[in-house]
Ligand binder design. Structure first.
Ligand code: SF4
Length: 369
C-alpha cells in the first residue's frame, strides 16, 4: 500500500479498478482519456496489490493505492489516505458491494459508475452497461458524457459488435485509434535500457524471440501443456528462440514446457511486471490463454494469439490491440461455461482445450508472423 503525507489537499481524479492485471490493462484507454480531459489534475488509481507502481513508472497515473482482496484493513487504509485529497471525478469500474461501499466513504464532486438498481444513492452519475461493447469501450463509456469529442466517437460506433467478432483466419478488428491502449506505452529510453539489460542477462537473440504464456489464474482457461510444447518446438525449428513467461506460481509449468523445447528459456517468476512488459514489447509475437498475457501484448503493441476455451469473444475481454487473433474450438456445445473460467471443468473432460490441436494454433501464429 502506498502512503502519502501531502502538504495540502491536492486535487485529483480517481479511478477504482481492483480486478486482475488483464482487466486493469483494459482500463488503460479510460485512464488516458481522464488525463486528457483534465490535464491539470493528477490521476490516482486504486488497484490490486502489486500493479500500481508499474503504471506510475510509465506515467499513466500519478498516485496509486493498493488493496488486498479479502483484507478489509487495506480498504480502510486507502479510504483514510484519500481524505488528504480533493477528488473531482471518482470513477468506479466495479459495481461490487465492497467497491461500492468504498466509494460511498470517499468524498468526490462527481461519482460515476455503471447503473445498478441499488447504487443510485452512491453514484450521482450512472451509465448503462452496454454488453455488446468490448470491455475497453465499455469502460470508456463511463466518461463519454464528459467530452464532446468522445461523444462523437461513440456516435460513430454503430457496429461495436464488429470488435468482438473474428475476421478471416482468427484475426480481430483493430481498436479505434481513440481507444487504443498502445498510446499509453512509452517507447522511451528507460524501457530500451531495461530491454538491453534483460537481453544481456538472459542471453536473448535480439528481436528474434516468441513469448509463450502457458499459465492462467483459472485452470480451465489453460491450453494443454503438450500443445504449448508442440507449438514451441515447431517455432524453434523455424528459427525463433522461445521464452516461457508467467508468474512465480507458474514456475513448474513454465520449466516443464521450456525443458521440452530446444534452447527455450523459462522466465516464470523472474521478471517484474515492468520487465515483462519490456521483454514482450520486443518479442515477435506472444501466444497465451485468455488471460493477462494477451492484454500485456496488446498494450505494448505486439502481435498476440490468444487461445480461448471456456470463455468466448462476446464477453468483451478480447486482446485489445492492433494485431490480435483468437484461436478456439468453434463448435463445442458446452462453450462458454462461465464468464471467468473455472478451477475445474464442470463436465470433467476439458475438451475445449484438450481438443484444440497445436497445428491449428500454429496456423494462426504463422499468419500473424
Ligand atoms: S464445460 Fe466445456 S467449455 Fe467449460 S471447461 Fe469444460 S470443456 Fe471447457
Amino acid at each position: 500500500m502506498k502512503s502519502f503525507t501531502p502538504s495540502k489537499n491536492p486535487s485529483i481524479n480517481l479511478v477504482i479498478q481492483t480486478a486482475f492485471l488483464g482487466d486493469l490493462l483494459l482500463a488503460i484507454p479510460l485512464l488516458i482519456w481522464i488525463k486528457k480531459l483534465n490535464p491539470q489534475l493528477a490521476l490516482g488509481l486504486v488497484c490490486r496489490k502489486g500493479l500500481g507502481s508499474t503504471l506510475k513508472s510509465i506515467g499513466i497515473i500519478d498516485y496509486f493505492w493498493e488493496i488486498q482482496k479479502g483484507n478489509s484493513e487495506s480498504y480502510r487504509i486507502v479510504q483514510s489516505e484519500l481524505k488528504n485529497f480533493e477528488i473531482h471525478f471518482l470513477i468506479s469500474a466495479h459495481t461490487s458491494v465492497r467497491t461500492t461501499l468504498l466509494c460511498a466513504r470517499i468524498k468526490a464532486v462527481k461519482k460515476i459508475s455503471f447503473a445498478k438498481p441499488w447504487n443510485f444513492f452512491i453514484f450521482n452519475h450512472r451509465v448503462d452497461n452496454i454488453k455488446t461493447y468490448p470491455e475497453s469501450i465499455r469502460l470508456l463509456s463511463l466518461i463519454k458524457n464528459e467530452s464532446s469529442e468522445l461523444q462523437e466517437y461513440f456516435s460513430k460506433l454503430n457496429s461495436s459488435e464488429d470488435y468482438i467478432l473474428k475476421q478471416n483466419s482468427g484475426r480481430l478488428m483493430s481498436p479505434p485509434h481513440w481507444a487504443d491502449p498502445v498510446q499509453g506505452w512509452p517507447a522511451s529510453g528507460s524501457i530500451n535500457k531495461t530491454v538491453q539489460e534483460l537481453t544481456l542477462r538472459y542471453k536473448l537473440v535480439e528481436r528474434k524471440w516468441i513469448a509463450l504464456f502457458p499459465g492462467s489464474v483459472w485452470a480451465t482457461k489453460m491450453w494443454k501443456k503438450e500443445g504449448f510444447i508442440e507449438l514451441g518446438q515447431s517455432l524453434q525449428k523455424k528459427g525463433y528462440q522461445i521464452i516461457i513467461m508467467g508468474g512465480s506460481d507458474e514456475k513448474e509449468l513454465g520449466g516443464a514446457v521450456a525443458e521440452a523445447i530446444p534452447e527455450a528459456l523459462s522466465l516464470c517468476g523472474q521478471t517484474t511486471l515492468l520487465e515483462s512488459l519490456a521483454l514482450i514489447s520486443q518479442s515477435q509475437l506472444v501466444v497465451g490463454n485468455d488471460s493477462s498475457s494477451s492484454h500485456m501484448a496488446a498494450f505494448v503493441g505486439v502481435p498476440v494469439v490468444a487461445i480461448f476455451g471456456p470463455t468466448v469473444l462476446k464477453f468483451g475481454y478480447r486482446p485489445w490491440g492492433q494485431n490480435s487473433a483468437v484461436v478456439e474450438l468453434e463448435n463445442l456445445s458446452c462453450r462458454p461455461c462461465g464468464p471467468h473460467g473455472h478451477k475445474k471443468c464442470p463436465l470433467n473432460h476439458h475438451n475445449c482445450m484438450k481438443q484444440l490441436e497445436a497445428r491449428e494454433v500454429l496456423r494462426v501464429v504463422e499468419m500473424m508472423l
